[in-house]
Design a protein around this ligand. Sequence first.
Ligand code: MGD
Ligand code: MGD
Ligand code: SF4
Ligand code: MO
Length: 696
Amino acid sequence: METATGTPTHCCFCAMQCAMQLHPDGTVRPLPHPISGGKLCVLGLTSGELLGHAERLRTPLVRKGGRLEPASWEEALEVAVQGFRHIAAEHGKSANAVYGGGSLSNEKAYLLGKFARLALGTPHVDYNGRYCMSAAAAAQNRALGLDRGLNRPLADLPQHDVILLAGSNAAECLPMLMPHLQRAKEGGTRFIVVDPRRTTTANLATLHLAPRPGTDLALANSLLYLLARDQRLDYGFIAEHTQGLEEALEAVQGCTAAWAAEVCGLMPHEIEQAAELLAGARKALVLTGRGADQNSRGVATSLAFINLALALGAGFGTLTGQANGQGGREMGQKADQLPGYRDVEDPADRRAVARVWGIEPEQLPGKGLSAFEILQAIARGEIRGMLVMGSNPIPSSPRSDWVREALARMEHLVVIDSFLSETARHARVVLPGALWSEEDGTTTNLEGRVVLRRAVRPPLEGARGDQEILCALAAGLGAGQYFDYSRPKDVYDELRRATRGAKADYYGITWERLEAGEELFWPCPSEDHPGTPRPFTQRFAHADGRARFSPTPFRPSAEAPTTHHPLYLTTGRVLYHYLTGNHTRRLGRLFKKCSEPLLEVHPETAQRLGLAEGAVAEVSSQRASARFRVKHNPRIRSDTLFVPFHWDGSQAVNRLTNPVLDPICQMPEFKVAAVSLARAEDGPAKVSQEASCITP
Ligand SMILES: Nc1nc2c(c(=O)[nH]1)N[C@H]1C(S)=C(S)[C@@H](COP(=O)(O)OP(=O)(O)OC[C@H]3O[C@@H](n4cnc5c(=O)[nH]c(N)nc54)[C@H](O)[C@@H]3O)O[C@H]1N2
Ligand SMILES: Nc1nc2c(c(=O)[nH]1)N[C@H]1C(S)=C(S)[C@@H](COP(=O)(O)OP(=O)(O)OC[C@H]3O[C@@H](n4cnc5c(=O)[nH]c(N)nc54)[C@H](O)[C@@H]3O)O[C@H]1N2
Ligand code: SF4
Ligand SMILES: [Mo]
């Protein structure tokens, strides 16, 4: 309810979804809530400054004579619609695509999937979650029958006496998770943290393992081997709740500590010590972050960690990243999915969604291309039109120079965003959309809890709500009858019906229950159902109730250091910036704390190459070279460099990363590339503002 101090809502940034009171003037106050205990991190506290930010887009832009020029809404929508129509007429409907994002509310994600399939009639709809949760999600679906991220409330974390955190830097990336983990530590929980850097998060650890980037699969396999060798598995749990252990054990034969130490660049006793800690646990929990799974073996690596958890009778969870990274991956903006985590190729699922949409199942396109494959199809000229909403794929995709070139050349790129992103700078049409706080909506946080984010005011003058924009585009494309909503609640009510009876069943989570402040986790099949905070308490989600072990033989990353490229490059995040930085680089308080991507180098490596702190170094991979200022970090492996990916143009570290994809989920290898490092004579290049673009 709105009060003089603002409206209760939730943060726009990470998947914690902390509760806040937001005033239309941008003032933010934390609110007491089970997620965040009445606190916010620096990102949440700063988020209000986005509302009236001077760089907000206030008018549509249309490219004319090579430049983006201000245009009326009428003209911009017309150009956008006619472009898609023309491409469909000339090259078929599949020559258009849609690219969404995990920051979008459930309603927007749902509408975007429906827009692709009904208004454009294309199978090609995918989103940035492909780069984020696709490996962990595919693994959880395969092994546990259901992907619901953490699959337990945050309040349960202290119940575990050993927690293995593989590839998560929660202290910077999910800051308000830290009080929950600290509480666990104070209660006696011992942490094993696996990260090539000894991060602030690793300060929690009883044992910190710093493997070479991309080798978690070897480590997880070895831990399973050691525990099985010593007969320290939970055989009762395995017999009652799982199947397939034999095959999984066969695949890890010979994964001794000595072998894994060699592969991972660790000492054998460190791996033995991790096994010992896990074996001694009363109730362990294995948690993965993007460090472990953003590679071309992401699914296998996640499955290997799940094998380990199942073998110990322990819990497994993965830490979702984006604000609505969980809801965003189950609302049908993914190439293989319909709302409710339904399968786009399953006849019963197709019938269920077609009924709610008022169409015949045959009208629903089938499975489309995944995010990076869409970009590849654009480069080949097969996809010519694309709507981007909630993502900035140029700097967030691997090999981004090549992506930039492909998107800049494509016939018809339409971007809906509230700030001019690098991708928008290359668009044909830019439509100024709303911020999270300008439209009502729901999100689903990393626990699987659905929260209501209330609008604190209407969209800024000149901008429009994303829902209104999508519905106008759909109407222009002749599909207006399927997009007749007056407010987000109408979309939510339809979404509840579309997910009814599906894996991710939101039917019982009514808007009214959320308004009344009920704590609700999906699945929730009816209005009198309490929701499901702990989906695996009694049984796993496969028909027989059993979880599946999977064989996960080791495979190395696509690139390993060579004479020419002797170091590993890994990438990730810093506290003060969010994803491609299109929001946070514009927030003065954050930018002052961190104004450029710093290259983390071990002091020994730096000294060998004559790189003083603050010097500029050139990092080169097979794809490109880029210059960054050096920061000495004695807590990173000496064979590994780390660069955050929050910048665009020439400062985008993704210019260097390897676009090789995981064969199962199409996750790129963001965390492993082979690079060389040398001193550079002049400073880091400034962000390129393309000559063909204007900032109105
Ligand atoms: N401040 C801030 N918070 C964020 C975000 C942000 O951009 N900024 N983004 C949000 C999103 S979308 C996500 S997905 C989450 C991501 O949250 P995290 O997964 O915690 O973030 P990353 O920094 O990508 O990676 C985590 C750690 O993995 C380590 N790492 C690198 N390579 C490897 C490896 O091969 N193995 C292992 N075990 N570790 C490795 C890195 O050193 C890093 O410390 O954060 C969310 N929260
Ligand atoms: N090298 C490297 N690359 C990575 C990663 C990594 O660790 N290393 N991590 C990957 C991960 S985990 C992720 S999640 C991706 C993220 O990659 P992107 O999705 O490309 O990143 P964002 O910066 O979040 O882009 C979101 C855009 O949508 C806009 N936006 C936000 N909310 C809304 C909304 O409600 N409506 C509209 N219309 N627009 C909105 C923002 O202004 C922004 O321009 O990057 C991936 N890329
Ligand atoms: S922890 Fe995440 S959701 Fe909470 S305030 Fe910080 S960025 Fe926002
Ligand atoms: Mo992410």
